[in-house]
Design a binder for this molecule. Structure first.
Ligand code: SAH
Length: 240
């Protein structure tokens, strides 16, 4: 039987014991009907897979015993994707695919040309969790609440580098950019794209404006292409 993976916060691990609560507990015991003695892989976003067996199942928590710890993936960079909010739940696709690729955090935002207004963080978090489990990742990506474009700009100082995808850019690309630092933000607009003033503000605030090629990509394609090119350039798609 395939050993399934579950995600916990680091505080859930105490020596060789892990306490599973909340949705992951419900999924394990109510949906999958796991019993004492079953095996599970538990990850706490630190690159380690904890191979466990279930010791106890109580009403709202389970206790697992760690039998083996495997360091399987150490990340050298932290990538945050700021994605303009999209119509018809198309951000679901962006969340799912960027998690598969290894983006650490997705932040949806609204700018002048965004027409969608609704966003469910809870729904996006579920998609991120399922994607991480499905692709066998040891990392669980975060999803933030919806931000305004100005809030996105004020986040820039948290990053070593900000790469801003703009279809009007003709020269700078990921290929020609010198990527430095550990914390990198990627910015992609919604269906309506960015106004030139927004691009200029981003540039003034320190972003590197990049092209993703000669064709205008759909927003969801652009997010995946920017994430892929950046991760590849940083060597994050390589085996160690
Ligand atoms: N403003 C355009 C389309 C926006 S495409 C229009 O309405 O015609 C949505 C987003 O994808 C853009 O804001 C940009 O961030 C990104 N994007 C799409 N194609 C791109 C390209 N060739 N280079 C850089 N960014 C691109």
């Amino acid at each position: 039987m395939e050993i399934r993976r579950f995600f916990v916060d680091a505080v859930a691990i105490d020596g060789d014991r892990i306490t599973l609560t909340g949705d992951e507990f419900l999924h394990m015991t109510k949906v999958l009907r796991y019993k004492v003695g079953y095996k599970a892989i538990v990850c706490a976003n630190d690159g380690v897979e904890n191979l466990c067996s279930i010791q106890e199942i109580a009403k709202d928590y389970a206790v697992l015993h760690i039998e083996e710890r495997r360091v399987v993936d150490k990340k050298n960079v932290n990538i945050t994707l700021y994605a303009g909010l999209l119509k018809n739940n198309k951000l679901d696709f962006v969340v799912q695919k960027s998690v598969e690729l290894g983006v650490d955090r997705v932040v949806p935002f609204i700018s002048d040309n965004t027409s969608e207004t609704k966003f469910s963080k809870e729904r996006a978090e579920k998609i991120a969790l399922e994607a991480a489990k499905q692709c066998g990742s040891v990392y669980l990506s975060k999803v933030d609440d919806l931000k305004t474009f100005n809030q996105v700009l004020s986040d820039f100082n948290q990053y070593d580098q900000v790469l801003f995808a703009y279809e009007g850019e003709k020269t700078n690309s990921i290929k020609t950019s010198n990527l430095t630092g550990k914390n990198i933000a990627l910015i992609v607009g919604s269906e309506g794209g960015f106004k030139p003033e927004e691009m200029l503000k981003a540039k003034d605030t320190g972003a590197t404006i990049v092209t993703l090629g000669r064709r205008i990509l759909r927003a969801e394609t652009a997010s995946i292409v920017l994430a892929t090119l950046t991760l590849d350039k940083l060597g994050e798609l390589d085996y160690e």
